[in-house]
Ligand binder design. Structure first.
Ligand code: ADP
Length: 279
């Protein structure tokens, strides 16, 4: 609020007060909480029957109720893979409601990034072998430990590496590298969103896959967003994975970003805070 207190000097710019607008958002917060609770309950309720369908379909597919002819086996396999897709989707939705309602409990530990990575690589080895990808790992010995939650870290690494496999044609290369870095060495705008003098481990997962168009890059972490690319159908997916990965990385005090060229490949970078960093 401005007023002309001293009329002689005609000082119209003098500040004599401020306006504070308060809005009661109790109802909006409550509505959000109820929405999350509803989706959470629904997802749980859906998961139970879906799990039963999956179990019985598996039994049928394995010939537990008698041998199937080729057509029957094909149909049963289709039911099985669609049931699996639906269960994955339900699990992703449950995860999102947990993140949104802030009900994720983290178990903080000092962890070796290399150990976490080797668990994920072992789990994804069958897919890597099936697509005949060349996997190169370049992690120097003696890297400092990171402070993270091991289950969440696994989830993050698993998802980004699985994407590299899915969106890289057979015979392509996937390279995983890590190094220690200071915040000042990180690129903008990532750097300015992190505390100034901390040390980070920067992990990169690069592939020689389909790549991402520049106009799609800003939307890559959005919910349900999937780019049009030659491997879209074959890769399958819900477009929810990266929208879960990003808030998880941020919960761990880190950042994730991507650089990519269509037809050449993509690199996902993940910076995670080093343990026992006093800065
Ligand atoms: P999806 O379930 O579709 O894989 P994500 O949320 O994991 O969902 O990823 C969103 C989209 O980002 C993908 O559909 C794909 O278009 C693109 N994407 C993610 N990782 C890569 C990658 N390594 N190479 C090319 N495109 C990628």
């Amino acid at each position: 609020l401005k007023a002309d207190e001293n009329e002689d000097e005609e000082d119209e710019d003098e500040l004599i007060g401020a306006l504070l607008v308060l809005r009661d958002i109790t109802r909006e917060v409550e509505a959000d909480r109820m929405k999350n609770e509803f989706i959470g309950t629904m997802s749980h309720e859906l998961r139970t029957p879906m799990t039963a369908i999956k179990g019985f379909t598996q039994l049928l597919a394995m010939g537990g109720l008698g041998q199937l002819n080729d057509t029957q086996r094909e149909f049963v396999n289709t039911i099985y893979s669609n049931t699996e897709r639906m269960i994955n989707l339900i699990n992703d939705v449950l995860e999102i409601t947990k993140i949104e309602s802030g009900s994720i409990d983290l178990e903080w530990r000092s962890l070796h990034l290399a150990e976490a990575l080797s668990g994920v690589i072992a789990e994804l080895q069958p897919q890597i072998a099936q697509r005949q990808h060349q996997l190169t790992i370049s992690i120097p010995p003696g890297l400092p430990l990171i402070r993270a939650d091991s289950m969440r870290l696994h989830q993050i690494l698993y998802h980004v590496l699985l994407n590299a496999i899915k969106y890289t044609p057979p015979g392509g290369n996937i390279t995983i590298a890590a190094r220690e870095t200071l915040n000042v060495d990180l690129p903008e705008p990532v750097r300015s969103t992190l505390s100034d003098s901390r040390r980070y481990l920067m992990l990169s997962i690069s592939d020689t896959g389909v790549g991402i168009k520049p106009e799609d890059l800003p939307r890559i972490f959005d919910r349900f967003f999937r780019t049009d690319n030659p491997l879209k159908v074959e890769a399958g997916g819900t477009g929810l994975g990266l929208s879960i990965v990003k808030p998880l990385v941020e919960l761990l005090g880190g950042r994730i970003w991507v650089e990519s060229t269509v037809g050449e490949g993509s690199t996902f970078f993940i910076a995670l805070p080093v343990a026992h960093d006093r800065a």
